[in-house]
Design a protein around this ligand. Structure first.
Ligand SMILES: [Zn+2]
Length: 200
């Protein structure tokens, strides 16, 4: 299932093969996903992928952005920020434009710190449930007697080491390379429009 999903993304985004050859990245990504499911982490971190496999952090982030920018992807993007009221807000991509805290209903664009939201908003990557379930049943099928599963010991800690919106914008459009994520591209114009209005 993972193989099919990844092949489909490569098929629909031909530039992926040039930047990240399938034969090289498929085994790495497969191993990484397997490990992450075993560790039961809530979000998977491109910087850990980078660290584990000796891939430059920016390249790793760019790969995650490309892979999550597809209707049938196994990677979903979420946005995370901490509101001034102390609430941790996690929003799916579709809701990011609202930027509203469910606790105090304050919009992030009203905040005094909103000029900093390139650093302030983080991007989280989550494996889709179907892939997670698929990997889990494979694991159980391979070693039913000793597979017990592990409870997320460090899933919270992972949120601390996540990617900022500014970092994501930076690798999204590299010189001479196609845009990694079109929806991030839209968000970027929107963010900069909002910032421009604030300055006026
Ligand atoms: Zn709030």
């Amino acid at each position: 299932m993972f193989y099919e999903r990844l092949s489909k993304i490569y098929q629909d985004k031909p530039f992926l093969s040039t930047e990240f050859p399938f034969e090289e990245y498929y085994p790495l990504f497969k191993r990484f996903v397997l490990e992450e499911v075993e560790r039961n982490t809530k979000y998977i971190n491109p910087y850990r992928f980078s660290y584990n496999y000796g891939i430059a952090p920016k390249r790793s982030l760019r790969l995650f952005l490309v892979l999550s920018d597809h209707d049938e992807s196994f990677l979903e993007k979420y946005f995370f920020y901490e509101c001034e009221c102390g609430e941790s807000v996690i929003l799916p991509y579709e809701q990011i434009y609202e930027f509203t805290c469910p606790n105090c209903e304050e919009s992030i664009t009203d905040s005094d710190e909103s000029y900093d939201y390139l650093k302030y908003i983080k991007i989280l990557f989550k494996l889709s449930n179907s892939i997670r379930q698929g990997v889990l049943s494979d694991l159980k099928a391979q070693s039913p007697s000793d597979y017990k599963g592990r409870k997320g010991t460090d899933s919270e800690g992972d949120e601390q080491a996540v990617v900022t919106l500014g970092e994501a914008f930076e690798v999204n459009k590299l010189k001479d390379e196609p845009t990694a994520s079109k929806d991030l591209d839209k968000l970027e114009s929107r963010v900069f429009r909002a910032l421009t209005y604030r300055l006026n």
